[in-house]
Write a protein that binds this ligand. Structure first.
Ligand SMILES: Nc1ncnc2c1ncn2[C@@H]1O[C@H](COP(=O)(O)OP(=O)(O)OP(=O)(O)O)[C@@H](O)[C@H]1O
Ligand SMILES: CC(C)(CO)[C@@H](O)C(=O)NCCC(=O)O
Ligand SMILES: [K+]
Length: 239
């Protein structure tokens, strides 16, 4: 059984992976005797992560930190400075490429930030964008203006706004939808004529998924990426 951990800027998420399935992990009471390895990724610093690594070490369980490389199998990273790409984005790309081989993908991880990454059918990561997440978009406006306010109940809808909370919430949603639409253009420019698979993850992933027919939401995308990264990087080391 693997312990998979994703440390973001706001929270630490952990699952236990066994028989191709994720089970929830109680980080206060981990079944160390059944855990064979820890595979983790950090975009932020975390004392809790350090504590879990110390526990793993005490129990003789090896730990592996996922990293971004220029190439992983047929997948390649668009950044020249690969260390600057967020590991969560790389893991989502690994998962997208593994789950949908030979398919152009637009991968959207919508949480505190919204990241949009464009992946050609041959595994070439063309690049991506970092946007404020939906909550950051709205709070940056309410906090920096006199009269823009939210009411806490207005939903995000793909409609024109006819009052202030409407204009604010819908503006954030359509800005995000518009960026995803624009990502398609970059696939076409790179001669990917196939219809892309749009894959959503993250806290706002399910909401955004509803805006794109034929798209999918996978709450475990980054966790699956951790798993594939570990399998693939083992294979790479053997060569
Ligand atoms: N049903 C939901 N469950 C969890 N979060 C939700 C949900 N709906 C909206 N959100 C929003 O999604 C965001 C949380 O997203 P997510 O869990 O992907 O992590 P994150 O904030 O990006 O964290 P990290 O940076 O730690 O990875 C919050 O802004 C939250 O308000
Ligand atoms: C954009 C976030 C914060 C999303 O979690 C993360 O992927 C990150 O810290 N990225 C580093 C910057 C980059 O990806 O270019
Ligand atoms: K995240």
């Amino acid at each position: 059984m693997r312990l998979l951990i994703d440390v973001g800027n706001t929270s630490l998420k952990a699952v236990l992976w066994q028989n191709q399935e994720a089970q929830p992990a109680n980080i206060n009471n981990l079944p160390w005797q059944h855990i064979t390895e820890v595979v983790y990724a950090c975009v932020g610093k975390s004392e809790l992560m350090a504590e879990l690594l110390a526990q793993a070490s005490t129990h003789g369980v090896p730990s592996f930190e996922a990293n971004v490389t220029k190439q992983l199998g047929k997948l390649s990273c668009a950044y020249d400075q690969v260390g600057n790409l967020g590991i969560d984005r790389w893991l989502a790309l690994i998962a997208g490429f593994t789950l949908y081989p030979d398919t152009p993908c637009i991968i959207v991880d919508a949480g505190t930030a919204t990241t949009i990454d464009v992946l050609a059918d041959n595994g070439v990561h063309l690049g991506g964008w970092i946007l404020p997440g939906l909550d950051l978009m709205t709070t940056s406006l309410t906090q920096n203006t006199q009269r823009v306010f939210d009411d806490g109940t207005t939903p995000f809808e793909d409609k024109l706004g006819k009052n202030t909370p409407n204009g604010l919430k819908n503006g954030a949603l359509v800005a995000t939808i518009g960026a995803i639409e624009r990502a398609k253009h970059h696939l076409v420019q790179n001669n990917c004529s196939q219809i892309p698979k749009i894959i959503f993850a993250g806290g706002y992933g399910a909401l955004l998924q509803q805006q794109f027919t034929g798209s999918i939401f996978d709450s475990l995308l980054v966790m699956k990426g951790l798993n594939y990264w570990r399998d693939l990087s083992k294979n790479v080391q053997k060569v």
